[in-house]
Write a protein that binds this ligand. Sequence first.
Ligand code: NDP
Length: 294
Amino acid sequence: MSEIIDGNATAKSIHQELKDELSKLNFGRPPCVAFIRVGEDPASVSYVKKKGKVAAEIGIESRLHVLPETTEQNELDALIDKLNGDETVDAILVQAPLPKQLNERRTFNRVRADKDVDGFSNANLGLLCQEDPQAFVACTPAGIAELLKRSGVKTAGKKAVIIGRSLIVGKPMALLLSKKGSDATVTVCHSKSENLAEICSQADILIAAVGRPNTVSADMVKEGACVIDVGINRIPSSETKSGYRLVGDVDFKSVSPKCSKITPVPGGVGPMTVAMLMRNTLSAYKRHMAERKI
Ligand code: NDP
């Protein structure tokens, strides 16, 4: 039987570590993260609320800016520019997905690199490519790397297969696992990959970031592999008050008996994404304070 990697417990330990670190700093003001939410997408409302709650627990101030669904690009740009220039704001997060009239790449690149704690800008992705320690690494892949490390999963020399090549999960995950120090041999799969099951069945570490339930079944998993399920899919359910329940991309029931370790959904990667956002915010704050020599 596999070991369940507890993302909630690991994230809680990281929150405590950050809180302890922050309590030893004395820069005259707390760290501050600005959240921008455009519209009322229920998942975005709940994610931003959760991030604000965790920030408060750690001692990080958060300021929420809510713009209407009909916001135009120049209006969003203007708010980002204002926050970029605000010396009391260390970190900026624009909650995705954005309404259709807004361009996500343009928006992410508008955020000043030293405040881009989501790590989605060209500048931070470029720094990650160069293995520069100054890079803010996208929070989900950074959280997975931390989960692997803290769960004792060795990556050096191992075969890692990532299903998904998005800029926010798959691609930065591949860079993190293949960089010096992690030293995995990485294969990235996507919707055009042929023989997906065969490729996945060779993986020592299998990471699914697709957004489709049951993409990974037991026949695709090597005996003893470590399986990380990034997917968050809402499926209708008559058993919950909300009318839906969350499942990942992995068929947990059939896959878990076969692997050595596996993350659940919910309670696996999700909480680690929030923990890494907090870690990046604290790093941005320390950098800003050091520059101001306060
Ligand atoms: P995207 O839709 O941007 O990317 C999905 C990737 O999956 C694409 O590369 C796509 O291929 C690939 N794909 C789609 N169908 C298949 C298939 N049948 N076989 C193989 N590959 C396929 O999604 P994200 O990367 O943003 O997110 C992925 C999942 O992770 C979602 O469920 C999302 O909700 C979740 N997520 C969870 C987070 C967390 O904190 N736990 C954070 C971020 C995301 P192609 O490029 O060819 O289209």
